[in-house]
Each structure stands twice: as structure tokens, then as C-alpha cells.
Write a protein of this length. Structure first.
Length: 245
């Protein structure tokens, strides 16, 4: 536990030293709220509530891309990153500290979006619903952190920035975050349940509004989590073998 606490302290201090990173991560979700949700759905309580949940999940995608994909790729290119991996304790303390840091980022990133929704729209959620929604967002960190870990360790570090820059938008689009959650038609309707983004989004929507998750989306979210955990582990072991053999 002392090792995990030390790693977590290191992650938090690193984030505090460069606060503009957090501001940059929040740019797209905030713009999405101000340009699309507030003008188009501001008078619709249900639409505004669910769309705010979608933008909060979009924040999770962006944070995981930066925290895991870019963070791991950057560490792979620096001597310090290699040295940290030789320290006692194995990869678990580092991974736990990154999850804690990402969870804090997610909660902090959701609060401005919730404030915008409260001030500029007719969205209405109970305090308990807000807490459940934040919990669902923190749970969403798990599959997407695993995905970005796999990319960060498996892909050439110089290409990771390209992939992680477009991955959040693609995942959000394919998962139906930019469409009506209750729509039964449209380009993404048929395959959205098979995208991990959809399952996470439906958990958030169910937490904050009157929405019933699709069982197929929930099953696929579980399957994706297991598959991504395996891929992340394999990518980590493969990279470790290349570095320390």
C-alpha cells in the first residue's frame, strides 16, 4: 500500500505542476456542451440530461487517451520511464495510481459540464443521480484505460499520438454519443451495441435519467473489458521483453 500511495502522490503532483494539461483535455467536451447541447437541447429536460451524460463520457475517452495512451508512449521514450519499471512492486502500483489519477480527472472534468447543464439547460437530476452518474463514469475508466494501455505499449510511440488524437471521436461516434440515445434508426444503431462506448454510455444514461440499458450492450461491454485486459497484459509483457531481455 505504501508503494501505491507513493506512485499516486507522484501522479497527482505531476498533474498539479502542469494544470494547463487538464484545461486542454476539457476543451472539446466543453465546446460540445456550449455549441450543441445548450442551443439544441437546452429546453428538453430529458435530451439535455442524457446529452450531458454523453459529453461527460466523452471526457472519459479523452482523459484515458492522454493518461494512458500518450502517457505510456512518452514513458517508453524516456530513460526515467524505463527506470521506474525496474523498481520493486511490479506494474500494479503504477497502474493503480494511474487509475486513481484518471478517476480524479474524470470527476473534476464532469463538474464543469454538470454546471453548464444546470445553468444553461432544463436538465434535471437528483443528487443521488449525480453520484450514480459519476460512479458510472469512474467505472468507464476501466475498459478505456485498458484499451489505451494496449495501444500505448503495442504501437510505435511516435504513432500513438495520432491514434489517441482521433480514437475518442471515433469511439464516441460509433457508440452513438452524438445521437439521440432513444433513437431506433440511424447509421450507428445497428452496430453501436457492439462498441464498448455504448455500454458505458448506457450505464451513465441509466444513472442520470429514465433509460433502460440494452442487455446486448452490457454483455459486449463485459466481453470487451476482458479482451482489452488480455491485450493490455500481452502488450505490456511484449514491451517488457523487448526492453529487459
Amino acid at each position: 500500500m505504501n508503494t501505491i500511495a507513493a506512485y499516486t502522490k507522484f501522479e497527482i503532483l505531476g498533474a498539479i505542476r502542469i494544470p494547463m494539461v487538464f484545461v486542454a483535455l476539457m476543451f472539446l467536451p466543453t465546446v460540445g456542451m456550449l455549441l450543441f447541447v445548450v442551443p439544441a437541447l437546452g429546453d428538453d429536460p430529458v435530451g439535455a440530461t442524457l446529452s450531458t451524460g454523453s459529453m461527460c463520457l466523452f471526457t472519459v475517452l479523452i482523459i484515458c487517451s492522454a493518461q494512458y495512451g500518450l502517457g505510456i508512449a512518452d514513458a517508453r521514450m524516456k530513460p526515467w520511464g524505463g527506470y521506474v519499471r525496474t523498481l520493486p512492486g511490479g506494474p500494479l502500483p503504477k497502474m493503480v495510481s494511474m487509475i486513481v489519477m484518471s478517476s480524479l480527472f474524470v470527476v473534476a472534468g464532469a463538474l464543469p459540464l454538470i454546471a453548464i447543464a444546470a445553468i444553461g439547460t432544463a436538465a434535471s437530476v437528483s443528487f443521488g443521480g449525480v453520484l450514480l452518474g459519476l460512479g458510472a463514469l469512474v467505472l468507464a475508466v476501466i475498459p478505456f484505460s485498458l484499451m489505451m494501455l494496449a495501444i500505448g505499449y503495442a504501437v510505435n510511440p511516435y504513432l500513438v499520438s495520432v491514434i489517441t488524437s482521433i480514437a475518442p471521436i471515433i469511439l464516441a461516434y460509433l457508440g452513438g454519443l452524438f445521437t439521440d440515445p432513444n433513437s431506433t434508426s440511424g447509421f450507428t444503431t445497428g452496430f453501436a451495441p457492439f462498441i464498448p462506448t455504448r455500454g458505458s454510455a448506457e450505464l451513465v444514461w441509466a444513472a442520470v435519467g429514465d433509460y433502460s440499458p440494452n442487455p446486448l450492450s452490457m454483455v459486449m461491454l463485459g466481453v470487451w473489458t476482458v479482451v482489452l485486459a488480455f491485450l493490455a497484459y500481452q502488450a505490456y509483457r511484449s514491451d517488457e521483453g523487448k526492453r529487459f531481455r
